[in-house]
Design a protein around this ligand. Structure first.
Ligand code: GLN
Length: 535
C-alpha cells in the first residue's frame, strides 16, 4: 500500500466502554483482509509509563518485547493481532512532555517559546506517524485514552484534528459512545451520544464512524436517528452489543461491515469477505467445550477485574485449546491459612501462583504452594510465584529456616532469592527492572521442554530479584531442578520438581505472549496437566 492509513479511536459519554477491544477488533478485520496493522494507545496521564502505577490505579502492567512497561490494552492488541507491540505503541502525556522538555534543554527549538500548540501537538503527531514511516504498517490505529471533553486529552484531540486536516482521506476517526437503557421509560437514549459527538465537533473533529455500545440490540430506526443527528452516514453507525466473549467482537463488527466502510471511506478496494478460519475455529471450540477445568489463581489483587488480565486470558485460551470451559477461581492470598488451605484449594484441578511485589499476601502463597506440592496439584508459579515456590522449598524441604527473598526480608539468613547484580545500584524506580524478552535455554526432558517442544525460547520479564545460584546444587540434590536458564548470564529462569505431576515456576511472564491463534505452550501444558489431575 502506498500511504499508511491512520485511524483514531476516541470515546465519549463514559469510560470503560472497551475502546481497546474495538480498536483490536477493527485491526483484526483489516489484518484478515491482508493489510498489516498496528494499534497504538495514547494515555493522557502524566506518568511517563504505567510501570510505577499500582494495580488499583491501572490494572495489569503489560510488558512489550523491547521492555516497555505498558498499558494493558497492548495485551489486547497482541492477543487479537498476534503481532508484537513495542514502546512505540504506548505513549503517555508524561513521555510527550519529557521528550519536548529534553529537546528544549538541548536548544532544539532555537530560542522559540515552547507551547502546547504546536510543540506538544507536533510531538504527538510525530509519535503517531512513526509507526507508519518507520515501521511501514498499512494501518495505524491510535486509541486515545480517556473520554472526549477531559482536560487532559485535549492536546491529543487537537493533534487528531490537525492530522485529519493534513492527511485527508488517509485519516479517519471512529468515535465510541454508550447508549443507555432507561428502564422506567423502557427506552434507549441517544442524547448522550449526540452530546458527545457535538463535543468532538466543537473541537474540530467530525467522526467518520460511530460505534454505539449497548447492552441489547438497538433498532434500525434508532441507528438512523443517530446518523441524522451526528452527520454520519447510516452504514457508518455500528452497534456493539454485549457478547459472551470479547473475541466475538470482530465478528459483531464484521457483520455490520465496519471494515468495508473503513476501506471505502479511505478509497481502498473492498475485496471478498475474509474467512478468518483460525479465529472462528477458536470460537467454535469455545462454544463446543462442555467439560470444565477448575483453576485457582492465588494472588493479592483478585478483587480487581484487570489486575491479572493477561493471565486470565492465557488460561482461557489454554482451556479452549484443551477443549475445556475455564472455571477460574480467584483466591485471595491474604485469606489463605494452614487451617483453611485444604478447604480452599482441594477442589482445584490446578493452581497459578501470581506475580507481584512486596510482602502483603506472601504467607498465603507459601501455604498454598506447600499444600499443592504435598498433594501433587499441578502448579504454575509466575515471577514472584516462582520465587515463592523456591522459598517454600527452601524452608520446608531443605530445612533452611526463615529462608526468604531479600525483597521481603533483607536480614534473612538464607537469601535464596536476591537482588540481581545489575539492580544493586538502581535508585530510579521507573523502567529500571529487568524488562522485556530474554533468551532461555530449556533442559531436555523437562516439563518446560515438553511444553515448548524446543530448546531455545524467549519470554518477557519484569523483576529485580532472582534465584540465588549459590543454592542451585542444594536445590537440585533435593529434587527441585533448574530446567531453564539464560544462556548469556546463567540466570535461573525455570525451577521445577520433576517428581511431581506438573510443578513449574518461571521467572518470566508467559502470559504476555499468549494470543488467540497462538496460545502460550506453557499454559496449554499446565491446563492439560490440570485436566489429567482431575481424572
Ligand atoms: N517482586 C519480584 C521481583 O521484583 C517479582 C516481580 C514480579 O512478580 N513481576 O523480582
Amino acid at each position: 500500500m502506498a500511504d499508511t492509513k491512520y485511524i483514531f479511536v476516541t470515546g465519549g459519554v463514559v469510560s470503560s466502554l472497551g475502546k481497546g477491544i474495538i480498536s483490536a477488533s477493527l485491526g483484526k478485520l483489516l489484518q484478515a483482509r491482508g493489510y498489516s496493522a498496528t494499534i497504538q494507545k495514547f494515555d493522557p496521564y502524566i506518568n511517563v509509563d504505567p510501570g510505577t502505577l499500582n494495580p488499583y490505579e491501572h490494572g495489569e502492567c503489560y510488558v512489550t518485547i523491547d521492555g516497555h512497561e505498558a498499558d494493558l490494552d497492548l495485551g489486547h492488541y497482541e492477543r487479537f493481532l498476534n503481532v508484537p507491540t513495542t514502546r512505540a505503541n504506548n505513549i503517555t502525556t508524561g513521555r510527550i512532555y519529557q521528550s519536548v522538555i529534553e529537546k528544549e534543554r538541548k536548544g532544539d527549538y532555537l530560542g522559540k517559546t515552547v507551547q502546547v500548540v504546536p510543540h506538544i501537538t507536533d510531538e504527538i503527531k510525530r509519535n503517531v506517524k512513526l509507526l507508519g514511516s518507520k515501521y511501514k504498517f498499512d494501518f495505524v490505529i491510535t486509541e486515545i485514552g480517556g473520554t472526549v471533553g477531559d482536560i487532559e486529552s485535549l492536546p491529543f484531540i487537537e493533534s487528531v484534528r490537525q492530522l485529519k486536516w493534513e492527511l485527508g482521506k488517509n485519516c479517519m476517526c471512529v468515535h465510541l459512545t454508550y447508549v443507555p437503557y432507561i428502564a422506567a421509560a423502557k427506552e434507549y437514549k441517544t442524547k448522550p451520544t449526540q452530546h458527545s459527538v457535538k463535543q468532538l465537533q466543537e473541537l474540530g473533529i467530525q467522526p467518520d464512524i460511530l460505534v454505539l455500545r449497548t447492552e441489547r440490540m438497538l433498532s434500525a430506526d434508532l441507528l438512523r436517528k443517530v446518523a441524522l443527528f451526528c452527520n454520519v452516514a447510516e452504514e457508518a453507525v455500528v452497534q456493539s452489543v454485549d457478547v459472551p466473549t470479547i473475541y466475538e467482537v470482530p465478528l459483531v463488527l464484521q457483520k455490520q461491515k465496519m471494515d468495508e466502510t473503513v476501506l471505502r471511506k479511505m478509497g481502498l478496494e473492498v475485496g471478498p469477505k475474509p474467512e478468518m478460519k483460525a479465529w472462528n475455529d477458536f470460537l467454535q471450540r469455545k462454544v463446543a467445550a462442555t467439560e470444565t477445568v477448575k483453576i485457582g489463581l492465588v494472588g493479592k489483587y483478585v478483587e480487581l477485574q484487570d489486575a491479572y488480565k493477561s493471565i486470565d486470558e492465557s488460561l482461557l485460551q489454554a482451556a479452549i485449546y484443551n477443549d475445556r470451559k475455564l472455571e477460574l477461581h480467584m483466591i485471595h492470598s491474604e485469606k489463605i491459612t494452614e487451617a483453611n488451605v485444604a478447604e480452599l484449594l482441594s477442589g482445584m484441578d490446578g493452581l497459578v501462583i501470581a506475580p507481584g511485589f512486596g510482602q502483603r499476601g506472601i504467607e498465603g502463597k507459601f501455604v498454598s504452594i506447600k499444600y499443592a506440592r504435598e498433594n501433587n496439584i499441578p502448579t504454575l508459579g509466575i515471577c514472584l510465584g516462582m520465587q515463592c515456590m523456591v522459598i517454600e522449598y527452601a524452608r520446608n524441604v531443605l530445612g533452611l529456616e526463615n529462608a526468604n527473598s531479600t525483597e521481603m526480608d533483607v536480614y534473612t539468613p538464607y537469601k535464596v532469592i536476591d537482588l540481581m547484580e545489575e539492580q544493586k545500584n538502581v535508585t530510579n524506580m521507573g523502567g529500571s527492572m529487568r524488562l522485556g524478552a530474554y533468551d532461555c535455554t530449556l533442559k531436555k526432558g523437562s516439563k518446560a521442554y515438553k511444553a515448548y517442544k524446543k530448546e531455545n525460547i524467549q519470554e518477557r520479564h519484569r523483576h529485580r530479584f532472582e534465584f540465588n545460584s549459590q543454592y542451585r546444587d542444594q536445590f537440585e540434590a533435593a529434587g527441585m531442578k533448574c530446567t531453564g536458564e539464560n544462556p548469556e548470564t546463567n540466570l535461573v529462569e525455570i525451577m521445577e520438581i520433576p517428581d511431581l505431576n506438573w510443578f513449574v515456576g518461571v521467572q518470566f511472564h508467559p502470559e504476555y505472549s499468549s494470543t488467540v491463534v497462538s496460545p502460550n505452550p506453557l499454559f496449554v501444558s499446565f491446563v492439560k496437566a490440570a485436566i489429567d489431575n482431575k481424572k
